[in-house]
Design a binder for this molecule. Structure first.
Ligand code: SF4
Length: 338
């Protein structure tokens, strides 16, 4: 049985808004609001949603790059939020991140050799005498040449720089990597190469990925399971096939209907959302999606829907947070607009 490598319970990440003469806390941006989920060892869980839904904030909170407001993050049985700075630094060996922007995430004044050496030095994972060999091995692992070790970041293309970012993460032999929009800044053909590399590395090194992306085409390619977020909440989670082929939350259906299809003449039922994403400072009551949902009722404005599974309509592990899964599915409830 595959065990959970990461267990997140009731995670909240609020950012204070200060105001007035004394700079007091007057409100909060509720970027992530009470979410719970698990990631199994060796799998890829993708977090998707529009900009501002809380997906990147979730990744950063798990790694404690931003200190979470409350909740539990258990990694490999260790309660990360209870660790002091020194203990957390030790855990960081197993928890790495690959950022979106390969240009910004690598020091432009350091050669690749220095970037990799520093990563190994901080975590003290490879004895100094073995580092040169390890660096050459890493370069080959990510599809770069050994002879490129003494080059500076500006001498590489965007895709190659992202490979350096991957080599830096791998240098410390991690267990879990948070890929935060890691291929979003790359051209489509380069994206595919980097995604294939990430898949190969996952197999070779039994890596676990938390893959954060707004691009559902990319998510479909890389994920085992998918978690959809809206305004700081999880609205749907399940294995990739279930969520993509059989979405149950109106918001997931909307996102999926917007994926481009290769055949421009193909008939499709595209759902267009009304209005903008509301402010996370003062999110809507009840179901946070009710201000944009074509099925919303008074109950939706008042009651927060639980993440739940309808055993007749959904596979095990597939859950959606909507009061009306059955009614929408049966056609008993019709959208008020299209
Ligand atoms: Fe729409 Fe109501 Fe379901 Fe929310 S609970 S997704 S508002 S139908």
């Amino acid at each position: 049985m595959t065990t959970n490598l990461l267990q997140v319970n009731n995670l909240k990440q609020y950012f204070p808004i200060k105001g007035g003469f004394f700079g007091r806390r007057v409100n909060d941006v509720k970027a992530v609001d009470d979410i719970s989920f698990a990631v199994k060892e060796g799998e890829t869980l993708s977090i998707v949603g529009e900009s501002g839904c809380g997906k990147s904030t979730t990744g950063r909170a798990i790694l404690r790059l931003d200190e979470p407001t409350s909740g539990e993050v258990s990694f490999n049985g260790v309660d990360l939020l209870s660790l002091n700075g020194r203990e957390m630094r030790k855990q960081r060996k197993d928890l790495q991140i690959i950022f979106q922007d390969p240009y910004a995430s690598i020091n432009p004044r350091q050669t690749v050799r220095k970037v990799l050496d520093e990563a190994m030095e901080i975590q003290n994972v490879v004895p100094r005498k073995d580092r040169a060999d390890r660096m050459m091995e890493l370069m080959e692992t990510v599809g770069l040449g050994r002879h490129q070790l003494d080059r500076f970041p500006h001498e590489f293309s965007g895709g190659q720089r992202q490979r350096i970012g991957i080599a830096r993460a791998l240098a410390v032999d991690p267990k879990l990597i948070v890929c935060d929009e890691s291929v979003s800044a790359l051209d489509v053909s380069i994206q595919a190469q980097v995604l294939n590399l990430l898949k190969k590395l996952q197999k070779d090194f039994n890596l676990t990925y938390l893959f954060i992306s707004h691009d559902l085409g990319v998510v479909r390619h890389i994920s085992d399971r998918v978690m959809v977020m809206y305004l700081g909440k999880i609205v749907e989670i399940g294995d990739k096939k279930s969520v993509f082929d059989n979405p149950k939350h109106p918001y997931t259906k909307t996102l999926l209907s917007a994926i481009p299809v290769p055949d421009p003449t193909a008939e499709r039922d595209q759902i267009v959302l009304r209005g903008d994403v509301p402010s996370p400072i003062d999110p809507p009551t009840g179901c946070r999606f009710h201000t944009r949902c074509p099925f919303a009722t008074d109950k939706c404005k008042e009651e927060v829907p639980e993440l739940r599974q309808d055993a007749d309509l959904m596979k095990d592990g597939h859950n959606a947070a909507c009061h009306y899964i059955e009614e929408i599915e049966s056609g008993e409830m019709k959208p008020k607009y299209k």
